[in-house]
Design a protein around this ligand. Structure first.
Ligand code: ZN
Length: 485
């Protein structure tokens, strides 16, 4: 009887061992993302160092030789022709003007890179054609700054390939999936070369390479292009000129406009995002009410306010509730060391949003400190800036809002303005019958005996009145709350 017992016991144990092994494999698979993050963050930190080394240049003139290999008298024989290159980087456009001298005659070619397009005419061609960047992108990298721009547009593909005693190499893709590698001097953090793998019909697997050398500041005075280890171009810098960028009106400014509601109280209108933000100005600082949508939009708001209010620090950020269209940019204001006025149910969520990294898309500093919260208790109220002309009282009344468990209303007693997140709407064209959310606004005004002349909302912006009155609110409620009559 012992034998079957042992057999069963052994089978049981081996299956335990097996399942343990299986578990450890699973765990290793689970660990994988952290190593990917580790590699990416290392590459990103190196990229930041490289970026600091390069400054914008806009016009560089090079001259040298272009090599051709063709139907000559022995295999792989090359001949060279004098060329001059002018590299212009201006107004988001990169232009490569080329001139080649062949048997005493000069031929011109031009490539213009703009976003995902490349416009070009080859030597001797009159017509400019519009083509995809794909297949032409290598020429874009004559300027090492363009490599950094391309990586910036394709951050998720950035990775560290190798570090040795003299160089480190990073890899990235462009949006067409072409693979590039750069090798960077460890001492100077300047790009030494860029390599692209490519297939050659004759030679098979091969590569193209641009080698930058003889740097002065961020400009390589020598550029060599090699294809499959054959010399293709040899260029040296002749001169640099600076052209003035035309004064493009910034899209960022157009996206946001500001209206003055009273001395020290403003509303920002975010047209592209159908959203509004209230701003109060005080002697030494600003306060914002709502932080809509995302880090990107938060950055735009901060840039706008810094310009408009001459870098007055934003010391308070009041958030009505946690929904992204009202609080998605909280991390931007937390990083500005603004005190975040909210309710306790939002703290861990806002912590998470504030401490997240955004290197794949956005430029925000890494989060260092802890977030400074001012918590408004359930059904509580708190006054701020009592000595300022723009004082504000915050009321928590989430249970009535029928929207979120916790909700803050902002009342400006001097201006008789109530600022409400998204519980009520005031369309321009008609009265829209509204129910419990709008009712909660009315309830608050009534319960707290607020003297309200104007109700401003943060969402939406389009097709809405500038503000609603208490009468507008009543009219919107009459259908479902006839007792209001
Ligand atoms: Zn909401």
């Amino acid at each position: 009887m012992l034998r079957p017992f042992f057999t069963i016991f052994f089978t049981f144990c081996s299956s335990m061992i097996f399942s343990q092994e299986k578990n450890s494999v699973d765990r290793r698979e689970f660990d994988l993302p952290s190593s990917i993050y580790k590699n990416y963050y290392k590459a990103d930190s190196l990229l930041k160092i490289i970026e600091k080394k390069y400054s914008e240049v806009n016009k560089l003139y090079y001259s040298g030789k272009s090599y051709s290999m063709g139907h000559y008298n022995v295999p792989e024989k090359q001949k060279s022709y004098p060329v001059s290159y002018c590299l212009t980087s201006l107004n988001e456009r990169f232009v490569l003007d080329k001139e080649l001298n062949y048997k005493g005659r000069s031929f011109r070619a031009k490539m213009t890179f703009l976003e995902d397009s490349c416009y070009f005419n080859d030597y001797g061609e009159e017509k400019t054609e519009r083509g995809l960047l794909k297949g032409n992108e290598f020429s874009y990298f004559h300027l090492p700054q363009n490599i950094l721009k391309m990586i910036g547009k394709n951050k998720a593909s950035l990775h560290l390939v190798d570090i040795n005693s003299d160089y480190y190499s990073l890899g990235f893709n462009n949006s067409f999936g072409n693979k590039f590698y750069i090798s960077v001097h460890k001492k100077t953090n300047l790009i030494r070369s860029l390599i692209q793998l490519q297939y050659d019909e004759l030679y098979g697997d091969s590569h193209k390479e641009i080698i930058y050398s003889a740097y002065k500041k961020s400009i390589p005075y020598q550029i060599v292009v090699r294809e499959n280890n054959f010399m293709s171009k040899e260029l040296h810098l002749d001169s640099i000129s600076v052209e003035k960028a035309f004064l493009a009106t910034s899209r960022k400014e157009e996206k946001i406009s500001i209206d003055t509601l009273s001395d020290g109280l403003f509303v920002l209108k975010l047209r592209d995002y159908n959203n509004k933000v209230l701003v109060s100005e005080h002697k030494a600082f600003l306060a914002v009410y709502e932080a809509p949508i995302s880090i990107k939009i938060g950055n735009e708001i901060v840039l706008f306010l810094n310009k408009k209010f001459k870098n007055k620090p934003i010391k308070y950020c009041f958030l009505s509730h946690h929904h992204p269209d009202h609080a998605g940019a909280v991390g931007v204001f937390a990083r500005q060391n603004a005190r975040i006025v909210t309710t306790k149910g939002n703290v861990s969520y806002f912590d998470k949003l504030s401490k997240s990294s955004h290197t794949l898309e956005q430029q925000v500093p890494l989060f260092k400190d802890s977030v400074d919260y001012i918590i408004i208790d359930s059904l509580g109220e708190k006054s701020f800036f009592k000595n300022s002309s723009t004082s504000v009282v915050v009321y928590e009344s989430g249970v009535t809002s029928n929207h979120t468990k916790e909700f803050l209303f902002f009342y400006f007693p001097n201006e008789k303005i109530l600022f409400v997140g998204d519980l009520v709407v005031f369309p321009k064209e008609k009265i829209l019958d509204q129910r419990s959310r709008a009712w909660s606004v009315y309830q608050l005004i009534y319960a707290k005996k607020l003297n309200v002349e104007k109700i401003y909302t943060s969402w939406p912006l389009k097709k809405q009145k500038e503000f609603g009155t208490v009468m507008d609110l009543k009219n919107a409620l009459l259908k479902y709350y006839p007792e209001l009559k």
